[in-house]
Design a protein around this ligand. Structure first.
Ligand code: HEM
Length: 475
């Protein structure tokens, strides 16, 4: 290794955007809500591996497909999530499977994967359908009263209600709640995580600004609610001991793993993982559906085609009635794949190497934060022909019909390798069910068509200004 390392160029030999003496590139990456777009733009100028700095934090930004895929693949033994993310998450008591490393990660990952597997999803589908029905009634009420609908907000109500039922066996029903809901507190977490992991100094450890105090209050309320959920699950299990041997959801499975199998999982791990699943399943799925709807609004001809597909499968019913039906929408699948290709909710992933890593002829030491530009891979003509064009059809054509690149290994909306998103199947089921319900029952238009729909990164990437008017469809 020493010999091969000596042939590699050092990190500081990389090119990159010039910065200021102390701040580095800090002021160029503000506002952080467009951090990913700034980095993608620099990749055009500085190439597939460049360096940048935010205060003392040195970074390498990579968009070379093989290197990005290798980083995803070689976890957790060669690459890990950033130490900064882990520290910030630990301060918020959110150090669950998403930020765990090594054996801790493996233990927690096994339980999460089991709880979200396809067999569970099949038996869970009726509850998912019921929840989608609640969203439909919410939208019918909005249509009847001519109230505008903030799509991201409503969809987050759906995704929280789904996650809490599937993963914890708890009915939140925020879709039919009019007062304050847990989403308002969860909403504070991702933007602050994003802000803190990219902060040049951890100011909040010394001074609490109003936004930090607001986060503290939100976390306090989330903790109280999550503690209650865990206490109720323990009581349920004591009353029905068969749940220790045959747990019905993630929470019961992790409690059983600790209390029966003696697995090394602390109460803190249980707490952090409940919060992790709440957060990981909420914004991601809701924003993916929201982005997809934004493309329906732009391409009415595609909306009409999706609607015809749904009608042919589910009519005369108003919504999807079985998991098998949800798998019979090839055009809708193509459509939301295309939406995820251009608007993935995780356009970048940050990692660090465990030891010195070789990347495109350079030696990247473990203290460097490596940012993989996932979206850039899927938006290059060499991977997807005419990549800038929104073209759902590309997912339906065969290789010969297409006659241009269609490299699905460069499409990473759910990440890749051993830390690939374990909630993917649940997410896909929700996406298909909700889009089908929307196509079948509603027409919609933007409340303010003149306002552009833009990308806003706050850990996940959401669309702005997606407020719509719903109208009941005349069938
Ligand atoms: C469209 C919806 C979703 C998208 C686009 C998405 C995307 C992602 C991505 C990009 C990662 C990082 C993967 C990596 O590092 O390679 C991830 C991780 C994760 N996701 Fe999702 N996700 C979605 C829905 C969900 C849902 C519904 C759940 C569960 C309720 C979930 C739970 C998780 C967890 C626990 C991790 C951490 C995995 C680990 O570190 O081992 N996700 N997701």
């Amino acid at each position: 290794m020493a010999e091969s390392c000596s042939r590699l160029k050092p990190y500081h030999a990389l090119v990159g955007p010039p910065g200021l003496p102390v701040a580095g590139n800090l002021f160029q990456v503000l506002p952080l809500t467009s951090f990913h777009e700034t980095l993608e733009g620099w990749a055009d100028r500085y190439g597939p591996l460049y360096r940048m700095r935010i205060g003392p934090m040195r970074m390498a930004v990579v968009s070379d497909p093989d290197t990005v895929k290798r980083m995803h693949r070689e976890r957790p033994h060669r690459f890990r999530r950033t130490r900064g993310l882990q520290a910030v998450a630990a301060e918020m008591r959110l150090n669950g499977v998403f930020t765990a490393e090594g054996d801790d990660w493996l233990r927690q990952r096994k339980i999460v994967v089991l709880a979200l597997n396809t067999a569970h999803l099949k038996s869970f589908f009726p509850r998912l359908a019921l929840t989608a029905g609640r969203l439909m009634r919410r939208w019918e009420r909005a249509a009847d009263s001519q109230e505008p609908v903030d799509l991201c907000r409503d969809l987050m109500r759906l995704t929280i209600d789904v996650t809490t039922q599937l993963a914890f066996g708890v009915e939140f029903n925020t879709l039919e709640t009019s007062g304050p809901v847990i989403q308002q507190d969860l909403d504070k977490v991702f933007p602050m995580l994003h802000r803190r992991i990219n902060a040049p100094i951890p100011y909040w450890r010394y001074v609490r600004l109003p936004r930090d105090r607001e986060l503290d209050r939100a976390l306090h309320r989330i903790r109280a609610r999550v503690d209650e959920i865990i206490r109720e699950a323990r009581e349920r299990m004591r009353a029905e001991p068969s749940l220790y041997t045959s747990p019905t959801n993630f929470l019961e499975a992790i409690i059983a793993a600790k209390e029966v199998k003696g697995l090394s999982v602390s109460d803190e791990d249980i707490f952090a993982n409940v919060c992790t699943l709440l957060l990981a399943g909420e914004d991601t799925t809701a924003h993916t559906i929201a982005w997809t709807v934004s493309f329906f609004l732009r391409y009415p001809e595609h909306f009409a085609r999706a609607r015809a597909e749904v009608d042919a499968v589910i009519a005369p019913a108003a919504s999807v009635e079985s998991i098998e039906q949800a798998a019979r929408f090839p055009f809708i699948d193509a459509f939301f794949n295309e939406a995820m290709r251009l608007k993935p909710v995780a356009p970048v992933t940050s990692m660090q190497s465990i030891e010195n890593a070789e990347m495109l002829g350079h030696l990247i030491p473990p203290e460097i934060v490596i940012i993989a530009l996932n979206r850039r891979l899927a938006t290059r003509d060499e991977h997807f022909g005419n990549a800038a064009r929104f073209d759902p059809e590309r997912w339906l054509r065969s290789d010969t019909e297409r006659g241009c690149p269609h490299d699905t290994s460069a499409f990473l909306p759910f990440g890749g390798g051993p830390r690939f998103c374990p909630g993917r199947n649940l997410a896909l089921l929700q996406i298909r069910t909700v889009l089908a319900m929307l196509c079948r029952n509603f027409d919609l238009k933007l409340e303010r068509p003149g306002r552009p729909i833009e990308e806003r990164l706050a850990f996940t990437m959401m669309p702005t200004n997606l407020v719509v008017r719903m109208k009941r469809r005349r069938i």
